[in-house]
Design a protein around this ligand. Sequence first.
Ligand code: ATP
Length: 221
Amino acid sequence: MLQIANLTHRYPGAPTPQLHVPAFTLAQGEHAIVIGPSGSGKSTLLHLIAAILTPQSGDITVADTSIATLTPRAADLWRGRHIGFLPQKLALIPSLNARDNILLSAYASGQANDSSRADALLSALGLGDKATARPHQLSQGQKQRVALARAMFNRPQLLLADEPTANLDDSSCDAAIALLLAQANEIGASLVLSTHDARVLQALPQGKVLRLQAPVAGASI
Ligand SMILES: Nc1ncnc2c1ncn2[C@@H]1O[C@H](COP(=O)(O)OP(=O)(O)OP(=O)(O)O)[C@@H](O)[C@H]1O
């Protein structure tokens, strides 16, 4: 479901590429951990897979779509339908309640505004009584679950989670990984999560590991 070949990315003005992935594949329903030190390009890779960034060279194919072939508008629609993205900075809209933050996924991908699905996801994630709460009325863990519900709303084939265990203690780290896995497995989605946290390797032992290194001139992975 995910194939990466000869992928290189360099931000404008940077002297050397921030990221190089020669080859990586993931089958539908398989899970992967992208691990590496700060600055090694983990977030960049997830943004490339989600077609938020365009690679300098190389190819990424997700669910038989070569991302490079998509126009920016087509990429937005494609992302909304096939990718669930749990960003590191959860990016909830402060003026919207939990339910409406989740429904943004439907809006972004031009799908039906199914508030009963949003409420069902909130209940499944233990937030059945928080549908009308705004982000500032939620704990950090609750906000993360709202963002996860938003990512799951369109039943994505690929769930991307950027540093989902940052700043979590050991038991919360295990719980966060278990929740992500349960949600991905329920709909048969593949899960790709990025981390610099070695605990995640233990919490997700069946995950394929893609190890990134801190960039140096002429670096390869
Ligand atoms: N928008 C940008 N413009 C220019 N350089 C960027 C941009 N975003 C990230 N970078 C640089 O690209 C490199 C990789 O950044 P990235 O955020 O992908 O790393 P990371 O492994 O996710 O780091 P962390 O674990 O600290 O979140 C870093 O050197 C960073 O400074």
